[in-house]
Unconditional design. Structure first.
Length: 105
């Protein structure tokens, strides 16, 4: 691979990485999947006859919702925690202020 092609590929890869295309596509697909599962679960529950809407059916639906939304929270938290650090200096500055007072008896 010649150097100009290698630079072009590296520049393209850096652009894709900085825009976070793949993680955004994954996050969007997880969100769409969550909406679909929620819709199917609600559709199933509301099509049950009133006599079959028991505690077990309600519990199953709530477990499905909690699991799916917990998964979506985990995916989003992973996405937001792994972003690029845009601090130009590359380090974080911390300022510590301290004061001492004397108490005389």
């Amino acid at each position: 691979m010649n150097p100009t092609t290698k630079q072009a590929v590296l520049h393209w890869a850096e652009s894709i990485d900085s825009l976070r295309v793949i993680p955004r596509l994954f996050l969007t697909s997880c969100f769409a999947w969550t909406v679909w599962v929620s819709y199917v679960c609600l559709e199933w529950y509301f099509h049950l006859p009133h006599t079959e809407r028991s505690l077990e059916a309600s519990g199953f639906a709530s477990v499905v919702f909690l699991t799916v939304f917990g998964f979506l929270k985990l995916v989003y938290q992973t996405y937001s925690d792994t972003g690029r650090n845009w601090d130009a200096s590359g380090s974080t500055r911390t300022t510590l202020v301290s004061s001492t007072t004397e108490v005389k008896p």
